[in-house]
Design a protein around this ligand. Structure first.
Ligand code: NDP
Length: 264
């Protein structure tokens, strides 16, 4: 029997997930279809999931925390951060996973000898990546515009800075997780600080996709090895698709077919 998957979000019309997953299903001959569901009330995620007869789903902004709360069981890294982006129907039980942070790790697997990481921003994405990097015994520093959101990170073994007290050291990787550059032409910090950072790192990544941010543009001008957020999007999608196909498809095959959907 054919399986049915969906993405839940609000808004959801822009999501690339249906195209990414359907491309894989079609080319790997996996009998399944992936649709999109606009969900206004996050509290209704579980009843909507079962009413639609779904086998699995992805969850995007702003329902990732509601998805966590709705699960009968949460597995792996999602438990640690309280954020779920992938749901599975296991014999009528709702099981939650998080593939965002592992997807990012997968996306940067060709970056070698990463030990010291600077994360720009202190929002949800920064939280997930920071926890993941600490789990992997990496050194993490956080630089954020305002003090408030740093409170969470101060409880973790990482260094926390605002623009006012930032002190430059050498990093292996710098990641922009702020939304600066998404709908504007802002850098994630004053230009002097960004210049200093880019002059002292080997690799650069941005979680924003679909546009070249001023941050990534500056990094490219400095001839640094860079990645935009489409690799993270791909990474989380590949890991979610493995769950959807119940690990019957090879990761490399999923990646290859999903990557093709980015050209459509
Ligand atoms: P949050 O709203 O949780 O956090 C936003 C962060 O950005 C805050 O730290 C905020 O700082 C900072 N910020 C916002 N505007 C500026 C600015 N002009 N200058 C400096 N800092 C700024 O967002 P998320 O973590 O949920 O998402 C962040 C980005 O990640 C989004 O662009 C989203 O699209 C992208 N994303 C991409 C994914 C992918 O697969 N590629 C997956 C998930 C997210 P302050 O505390 O001072 O307000």
């Amino acid at each position: 029997m054919s399986k049915l998957f969906s993405i839940f979000g609000n808004p959801v019309s822009h999501s690339r997930s249906p195209l990414m997953h359907n491309c894989v299903f079609k080319h790997l001959n996996y009998k399944a279809c992936y649709t999109r569901t606009l969900l206004e009330d996050g509290a209704k995620i579980k009843e909507t999931f079962f009413a639609l007869g779904l086998d699995g789903a992805n969850v995007t902004v702003p329902h990732k925390e509601s998805a966590y709360a709705a699960c009968d069981e949460v597995r792996g890294f999602a438990k640690k951060i309280g954020v779920v982006n992938t749901l599975m129907n296991e014999n009528g039980k709702l099981i939650g996973y998080n593939t965002d942070a592992d997807g990012f790790i997968y996306a940067i697997s060709e970056f070698k000898n990463i030990k010291n990481i600077l994360i720009l921003g202190a929002g949800g994405t920064a939280k997930a990546l920071c926890q993941k990097f600490l789990e992997e015994d990496l050194h993490v520093s956080i630089l954020n515009r305002s003090k408030n959101r740093l409170e969470y990170f101060k409880t973790l073994p990482c260094k926390c800075y605002t623009w006012e007290n930032f002190e430059i050291v050498n990093y292996d990787l710098v990641i922009n997780t702020t939304s600066a550059g998404l709908k504007d032409e802002n850098l994630p910090a004053p230009k002097k600080i960004i210049e200093d950072i880019l002059n002292n790192t080997r690799y650069v990544a941005d979680v924003i996709y679909g546009k070249l941010t001023p941050f990534l543009q500056l990094a490219q001008e400095k001839k640094l090895t860079c990645k935009d957020g489409s690799d993270m999007l791909l990474g989380q999608g590949v890991l979610a698709n493995e769950l959807f196909c119940n690990f019957t498809c090879k990761k490399e095959d999923i990646k290859r077919e999903m990557q093709k959907s980015f050209q459509l």
